[in-house]
Design a protein around this ligand. Sequence first.
Ligand SMILES: [Zn+2]
Ligand SMILES: [Zn+2]
Length: 141
Amino acid sequence: MSEASVCLNHPNTSATHRCAVCRKPLCDTCAILDHGAAYCSQQCRADAIRTSAMVNQALDAKRRTSRRACIRSLVVLIILAALAAAAYWYYKQNTETVNRQFEQIQKEAQQQLQQGKHAIEEHTVNRKSNYKKQIESIAND
Ligand SMILES: [Zn+2]
Ligand SMILES: [Zn+2]
């Protein structure tokens, strides 16, 4: 810390500050104090102000962009939710109609199946009784 502890402009005076921009060691006389930071020259001070302004601008832009992105995603979310709700409502409306039609078809199919069963049963019973009759007639002869 031998070099750093001495002011760059006054080799016999110990440095108490460092320039916030170029890191030069400075004594109380040389340091330009501004908002708690020390600068070796007005040039460095102006640079620092310009840099901080640029940083603030960049941060502002970033904040604005992220806020805009946030709003955009929120809008998208709302649209998606509305679409989902509409789709669900439409599906629900449709399901009721489809279900009613499906129940009707199922009922008719069951009736037809029942009728078919009866027909098959009757047919089988008739054939059986015919066969029985034939056997009986043969036996009786
Ligand atoms: Zn000095
Ligand atoms: Zn400087």
